[in-house]
Design a protein around this ligand. Structure first.
Ligand code: PHE
Length: 339
């Protein structure tokens, strides 16, 4: 036994290897479960009692030496001396492509920043919602045609779970959790069951806003939206508000901005009208305040909501909505300079 150990010790001290596979083979040969040193360890059981001490020490030393030698070979192999010289160091490198922010992220951020400067904070909420937050609390009657009009994606029928069709659902969450004054913008993705075309998609992004306090008036709404339009589209931008209808606001309006291309004279972009529709807005319906436990006799509020894609289209003149979700790098790279 002693002889075997001594012989193996000499072998180990002389070990050589020229690549990682050979080193691994040596580790298996000596140190694995079926390896030679492990084998000697098993034989140790049969060693006579008076030799156990000496042989035990030698065996341990052998194992330590083998482990150390193999580690040393690994370290040596990984050091610079063993760089694979077959690599062509003159070959051109793979270009390191750096991404750009998505145009919708840029525009959403721009919208949110404008409102943040006017004192709005950001609120976010889930995309999968219950009926109450998307419709019920927003004064939609049970059989209201708007529920079809918005062509909702249903996740579950009973109880109803939907993909939110507007981020007004986040405003409901905020009203349920906070006391006035409330001043938030709610950016997020929304879903509508529409056929995908250049002008419609089954999902898009919105930024909606809500302000509730004492004595909030339609004039406040108008001023904030005018300020937004000017900051977003330039100092000469004009706005106009046309009467409209939403279940959750009364009175309601659509807001147009003077055409960002012709300035109002009439062109192909505004189809000769001089105006472009960009958002819905209005005074929060008292029923909506009440549904969220806010006293409509004490508080009033306004709300507005716009599509981020729509704003981006007008700002960057993107003609086909589908470009925003196709991840074509030629399109995305056009926004590299817009950071
Ligand atoms: N929630 C409306 C929509 O998605 C937009 C809107 C928000 C209108 C707030 C008025 C007030 O179409």
């Amino acid at each position: 036994m002693l002889e075997k150990i001594n012989a193996m010790m000499a072998e180990i001290e002389a070990l050589k290897a020229s690549n990682a596979d050979e080193i691994e083979a040596l580790r298996i040969k000596y140190l694995s479960k079926k390896g030679e040193i492990t084998g000697l360890m098993a034989e140790f059981r049969n060693v006579a009692a008076d030799q156990k001490r000496e042989i035990g020490q030698k065996l341990n030393a052998l194992k330590a030496a083998a482990t150390e030698r193999i580690e040393a070979l690994k370290a040596e192999y990984q050091s610079e001396d063993h760089i694979d010289t077959n690599i062509d160091l003159t070959r051109p490198a793979y270009p390191d492509e750096v991404g750009t922010r998505h145009p919708l992220s840029l525009v959403r951020q721009e919208i949110v920043d404008i409102f943040a400067r006017m004192g709005f904070s950001i609120a976010e909420g889930p995309e999968v919602e219950d009926d109450w937050h998307v419709y019920g609390a927003l004064n939609f009657a049970d059989d209201h045609p708007a529920r079809d009009m918005q062509d909702t994606f249903f996740v579950q029928r009973d109880p109803i779970v939907v993909l939110r069709s507007h981020t007004s659902s986040v405003q409901v969450r905020v009203m349920n959790q906070q006391k006035p004054p409330i001043r938030v913008v709610c950016p997020g993705r929304v879903y509508r069951n529409e056929a995908i075309s250049a002008r419609a998609h089954c999902f898009f992004h919105q930024v909606e806003g809500l302000y509730i306090d004492k004595d909030v008036s339609f004039a406040d709404l108008k001023q904030v939206l005018h300020q937004f339009a000017v900051e977003m589209f330039g100092p000469n931008t004009q706005i106009r508000l046309r009467p409209s209808y939403f279940p959750f606001t009364e009175p309601s309006a659509e807001m147009d901005v003077s055409c960002t291309l012709c300035g109002g004279k009439g062109c192909s972009m505004c189809k000769g009208a001089g105006w472009l529709e960009i958002m819905g807005c209005g005074m929060v319906d008292p029923n909506v305040l009440e549904a969220s436990g806010i006293d409509p006799k004490e508080y009033t509020g306004y709300a507005f909501g716009m599509g981020v894609e729509r704003i981006a289209n007008l700002k960057y003149r993107v003609k086909d909505l589908r470009l925003f979700s196709e991840n074509d790098k030629r399109f995305l790279n056009e926004f590299a300079a817009a950071h």
